[in-house]
Each structure stands twice: as structure tokens, then as C-alpha cells.
Design a protein around this ligand. Sequence first.
Ligand code: HEC
Length: 114
Amino acid sequence: MNKRISLLLTSSLFLAMAGSGFAHAAVDAVQAQELMKTNKCGKCHEIAKTKTAPSLKKIAAKYKGKTDGEEKIIKNITTGPTVKDADGNEEEHYIIKTKDPAKLKNLAQWILSQ
Ligand code: HEC
């Protein structure tokens, strides 16, 4: 094989592998959970158990596969919409203390993966 072509093939293979590796590593679970911890989301949301607020699994089930799932989750935690808890009390949703789009996206994707 011509040296240049083989180099080209090797580098595109490398790029393809790097690309798929990136897709798998895209959700940083540690960062997402740290963010939830520092914002005390766990006061109301658990991963599997519904308390006053729906479990993360429930939220994930609601939005999984929807193209706007990530956007809806981010909106809910950044704009303080009025929400109703399990006891029927209306309150403004807690606003997360970060504006970093990468962190918000990561958290939303992590919630969706529950
Ligand atoms: C004081 C309690 C409380 C805290 C703290 C809280 N939430 Fe919520 N959250 C709720 C309630 C209540 C709802 C509304 C449930 C409903 O409308 O069905 C909700 C809804 C949501 C939803 C949207 C669910 C949907 O069906 O659209 C997401 C996503 C969410 N919370 C994530 C978070 C994250 C992330 C944090 C931390 C940054 C957080 N919440 C902190 C009580 C809380």
C-alpha cells in the first residue's frame, strides 16, 4: 500500500475511535453527582425513590428519547418555573448555582441516563 494512503487510513481510524470513545465518555457521572450534591437537589430528588419530587428515574423515563429532553431539564433547573410537589404545594423550582453550559448539559444527560 502506498505510504500516504496507509497513513491517511490510520489517522481516520484513529479519529473514528477517538470519536466513539468521546461519545461514551460524554457523561461525567462524578461531575453531575457533585453538582447535585452542592446544590442539594437530593433534598427533594432521589435517584430511584419518589419523595416530594419525582425520582431521577421517573424524570429520565419522561424525557428519554425526546429531542428536547435535555433542553427541558436545563430550563427547569435554570429558570425557576412554578412546580407542584407530591403534596400539591406549588413552589418555584430551585435554580441551580451554575451557568456553565457544559456542566448543565452534562447534568441533564446524566439525569436522562438514569
Ligand atoms: C425543594 C425541592 C426541590 C429541589 C431542591 C430541587 N427540585 Fe427538582 N423538582 C421539584 C419538584 C416539586 C418538581 C416538580 C415535579 C412535577 O411537576 O411533577 C421538580 C422537577 C424537576 C425536574 C423536571 C421534571 C419534569 O417532569 O419536567 C427536574 C429535571 C428537576 N426537578 C431537577 C432538579 C435538580 C437537578 C435539582 C438541583 C439543582 C433540583 N431539581 C432541585 C423539587 C425540587
